[in-house]
Design a binder for this molecule. Structure first.
Ligand code: THU
Length: 138
């Protein structure tokens, strides 16, 4: 990850956001912090629903919130789950959604409730993106 991405700060923001998660069913509180190209950080939390199927992950809430604020360009994403003792990576649906707005080398860092975190990229999490030629980010 390039040195100008404030990894520690981003993880801390995601951790703080996770405290606001609405996860009464799974008790798996997740927070996401999306660094936008303008320098701002937009956070997201997982929001569950008693229908279960309508649950939305923290990553998608962060991406959709940023889009609703007119921000479509991003520099990095951090994800933290407070209730796991291992780093929790974005689910398949979120990988698809994130890939809509970022390029292959987009940095993604994910952590659990302990200090450990994994640093990776969009392409590593979502290789062989079958639809990449349709996307403006290649
Ligand atoms: N969840 C996220 O918010 N992000 C992830 O990366 C993994 C899963 C949420 C969805 C659901 O509310 C709970 O965690 C358990 O799957």
């Amino acid at each position: 990850m390039s040195s100008n991405v404030p990894v520690t700060d981003l993880i801390e923001k995601a951790r703080k956001a996770a405290e606001l998660a609405y996860a009464p069913y799974s008790r798996f509180r997740v927070g996401a912090a999306l660094l936008c190209k303008d320098g701002s950080i937009v956070t997201g939390i997982n929001i569950e629903n008693r229908s279960f199927g309508l649950t939305v992950c923290a990553e998608r809430v962060a991406v959709f919130t940023a889009l609703a604020q007119g921000k479509q360009e991003f520099s990095a994403l951090a994800v933290v789950c407070l209730d796991a003792n291992y780093p929790v990576s974005p689910c398949g649906a979120c990988r698809q959604v994130i890939s809509e707005f970022v390029s292959k080398d987009f940095p993604i860092v994910f952590a659990g409730g302990t200090g450990d975190f994994v640093t990776t990229s969009m392409e590593t999490l979502y290789p062989y993106d079958a639809l990449h030629e349709l996307g403006k980010n290649g």
